[in-house]
Design a protein around this ligand. Sequence first.
Ligand SMILES: Cc1cc2nc3c(=O)[nH]c(=O)nc-3n(C[C@H](O)[C@H](O)[C@H](O)COP(=O)(O)OP(=O)(O)OC[C@H]3O[C@@H](n4cnc5c(N)ncnc54)[C@H](O)[C@@H]3O)c2cc1C
Length: 417
Amino acid sequence: MRVAVLGAGVTGITTAYYLDQQGFDVTVIDRQPLAAEETSFANGGQLSYSQPFPWSSPDLPLNLLRWLGRTDAPLVFKLKADPDLWIWGLRYLFNCQSRRFYRHAEKILELAKISRPSLLSLIQEENLEFEHEQRGILKLFTGEKELNEALHRQKWLQDHGLDQKLLNREECMEIEPALKGTRSHFTGGTWSPGDGSGNAREFTRSLVTKLMAKGVEFLFETTINGFERDSRKVTAVHLNGKVRKFDAFILCAGAFSKPVAAMAGINLPLYPVKGYSVTIPVNGSNTAPLTSITDESRHIVISRLGNQLRAAGTAEINGYQTVENRVREDMVLHAVMELFPDCGNSEKAVRWSGLRPMTTDSVPLIGRARFENFYTNTGHGPLGWTLACGSAEIIADSIAGKTTKLDITDYSVDRFI
Ligand SMILES: Cc1cc2nc3c(=O)[nH]c(=O)nc-3n(C[C@H](O)[C@H](O)[C@H](O)COP(=O)(O)OP(=O)(O)OC[C@H]3O[C@@H](n4cnc5c(N)ncnc54)[C@H](O)[C@@H]3O)c2cc1C
């Protein structure tokens, strides 16, 4: 059976891997000259299995009001006359209700729980190099309110079978000695020993090399610009204007999955949420952290990637553009330099922005969509790297007609009907 994977980010390439394992004849299609050129290019690097909580939390609506008009707010929302944005935004806010928030966190956690062992066995099988660190994630907080929130979430995680330790400031410094030189006034943290970090771009590109050797076909610099279909099936895809037939299609086009799905007459509840990262050369500094860090107060994540330190964060709802924004890039840069003042040369930081493919309930869209042979594996928002392997494994098992590790109907786009 000939299957087309539409998109060569971390989601598409892991999907291609598990489909190839199942014996399908796989072709990967992407408009870029290389894999992982878009959102998987320079993300925060965290493999944060213990952070399944949607951003649409019960306190978001009030926070949004407080942040209104502030260019340095963690989340900015640019008003646009775009009906997709308004429909998405209202549904997103609807999901801030506590009951919904925890129900969605549970679904993400279930996917995270299968993603960790899937990634570990994949890298053992394929011997991939991607600056992988397995030192856990240390999440720092400041003050009483954030401590209470951390306690609440720690209990919820424990009730759901995940180990997370609560630490005071000194204990955080024992876990990550680079924090001893910090200028931050953080008061404590939680440590999730099963979490980690790694370079999503390196991982994706190393896996492409392995897949090429296994005979998977790659069509780069190839834009998807339409589909042919009948009432039951999608029969062909238009690539740079030429028609190519496949037996099945798996949509993995990240934040652009919505416009690509629209070409097949499918409406996905997705919108891009822009974020920024900076990558600082560490240059022999021994005061750059090795443990991955989340700074809860400054809304940034930090990962050590070989001889570089990557920091990422902030959210901007501003359509499908990735133009530079010095104010928001500087927010990320200043936050990491405050935490680790001697981590490296901040003037040499490489700046980047990407679009998180965000669903209205923060749960990815994995499963069949409208047609018998059209599937989605997309919409992983801020957790696409973390959830890539588990998501890819279940969609491949499902297409192969095997029992999936999770009930895939919980993740399919049909849940919105
Ligand atoms: C600032 C930031 C920090 C993040 N930090 C983390 C983190 O620490 N941990 C984590 O787990 N996740 C993180 N994420 C989220 C994660 O990066 C994404 O969820 C993930 O990269 C999405 O991967 P993808 O393969 O779905 O999309 P992409 O990597 O964007 O891949 C989609 C591919 O589809 C192709 N495509 C789109 N349209 C077409 C078309 N018409 N024709 C042909 N090709 C097309 C694109 O070229 C692209 O290569 C972060 C995201 C951002 C923005």
